[in-house]
Design a protein around this ligand. Structure first.
Ligand code: ZLM
Ligand code: CA
Ligand code: ZN
Length: 406
């Protein structure tokens, strides 16, 4: 028996709707909602649902999404499908959002940076509207539990889509559920701290609150040229010097920790705990939103860091120790079995449970996803092995010290 217990002294609520699992961004598109299925399998397999209140998420309404997004964009998202895309592009109020075509564009972009080309970051796919309004509804349901004092920690692994802008999809993100949540939190809490451990810069959230001193955004991310081609790692923003909009009251309420490829556990822990610790001390937030993108894990298909699920989880534990109302969200994560491992482990940390390292394979519907040498030998925390692509560590301790001192 695994012996899962309810946390003593605090409540955790879990927000999810299995309908998000059926979605396909496209055959080889890196974003796989299937990772959410695997996460659910591990959470239920270990019995963590006994330690939380579970809520079936309901779709967000268009009015709720308009609290941040452009009304034309919201209407477009609510109606779009591969079948309706072409005719919607002809509607004048949508057509005005079609970007001018650049000569070396590889994909045909429609309005709002959406596209039916298979190579697009933000494709239009079957069931897309349902998916978008559901992950957003899950985040808003989780937020509502916090603002009504019915929980202390609320979790939505299907949320955390930090790149979406007011009238533009970007980087696999269409609706910015994080911004919508923070706007709701601001009705109740004087100050909200947003922390983002996805390997990508949380640009959409930073931009939305760049003039807002009641929200501090703090992102840790891969930054700099990607490879010899000198292309920048997506989205290319989040320099150390970027601290919020200059000359507004929001200046100094954005923090960025740009990191080179290959960072290890010890270095990440040093950065995360020093910078986050000082941000909490100085800003004195009344609530925290933590985006837990799992593409910062070693072995991720798109990420370039070497951190373990243990260290990724340490970030969650560190933030939890603040004792503040906490919203935990997902985000990126492109090696599905590792995403599921990290988010299951973090669900356990939120509920004060310690899981045995052997996955209860008899209780998970797809044990083969976690078995065999290449899939982590049935362990929750398999060590990196020769199948894990490792990125050379380009981070010098002196550079990290410089950022912490700054
Ligand atoms: N091309 N298919 C992270 C968002 C990262 C921009 C370069 C598109 C991909 C990637 C799409 C099937 C989060 C860029 C990339 C190719 C312009 C990015 C479709 C592979 C595929 O095989 C693919 C044909 C696709 C997209 C790779 N895109 C890798 N990296 C980034 C966006 C989102 O984790 O932060 C939060 C959820 N985009 O680098 C290009 C510049 C589009
Ligand atoms: Ca980040
Ligand atoms: Zn990411």
């Amino acid at each position: 028996e695994i012996g899962i217990t309810k946390p003593k002294g605090h409540k955790v609520s879990f927000h999810y709707n299995s309908r998000v699992e059926d979605m396909h961004f496209g055959k080889t598109h890196p974003m796989k909602p299937w990772r959410l299925t695997l996460t659910k399998h591990l959470v239920l397999g270990y019995g963590l649902h006994y330690a939380m209140d579970t809520h079936e998420a309901v779709s967000a309404g268009k009015d709720q999404v308009r609290a941040f997004h452009d009304p034309d964009y919201v209407d477009f998202l609510a109606q779009v499908s591969p079948q309706t895309f072409a005719s919607l592009c002809e509607v004048p109020r949508f057509a005005q959002h079609i970007p001018p075509k650049h000569e070396n564009d590889t994909v045909d972009l429609g309005p709002f940076n959406l596209s039916t080309s298979p190579g697009a970051d933000c494709p239009v796919f079957d069931g897309m509207s349902t998916y978008l309004f559901l992950y957003t509804g899950a985040t808003l349901g989780a937020t509502q539990q916090l603002t009504s004092n019915q929980t202390d920690i609320a979790i939505n692994w299907s949320g955390g889509l930090h790149h979406a802008h007011r009238a533009e999809a970007s980087g696999f993100c269409y609706i910015n559920d994080i911004v919508l949540s923070i706007l709701d939190l601001l009705r109740v809490y004087p100050r909200v701290l947003y922390i983002d451990i996805d390997v990508h810069h949380g640009d959409g959230v930073e931009e939305a609150f760049q003039r807002q001193p009641r929200v501090m955004t703090l992102s840790y991310h891969r930054y700099g040229p990607y490879d010899e081609t000198q292309h920048k790692f997506f989205p290319g923003t989040g320099d150390l010097a970027d601290v919020g909009l200059k000359g507004t009251v929001g200046e100094h309420f954005a923090l960025n920790v740009p990191i080179a490829s290959g960072i290890n556990d010890g270095q990440y822990k040093y950065l995360f705990e020093n910078v986050t610790g000082r941000a909490i001390e100085a800003f004195k937030p009344s609530a925290i939103v933590l985006q837990c993108g799992a593409d910062s894990l070693g072995g991720d298909r798109l990420g370039q860091f070497n951190i373990s699920t243990t260290q990724h989880g340490e970030c969650v534990s560190f933030v939890k120790r603040s004792g503040l109302p906490l919203l935990i969200l997902g985000g990126g994560g492109y090696t599905a079995r590792n995403v599921a491992r990290a988010w299951c482990h973090e669900t356990a940390l939120a509920t004060d449970n310690t899981l045995p390292d052997s996955i209860p394979l008899d209780l998970v519907p797809r044990p083969e996803a976690f078995q065999g040498r290449a899939h982590g030998d049935g362990k929750l925390h398999p060590p990196f092995n020769k199948n894990t692509p490792v990125h050379n560590n380009q981070n010098k301790d002196v550079d990290l010290e410089y950022m912490v001192k700054k």
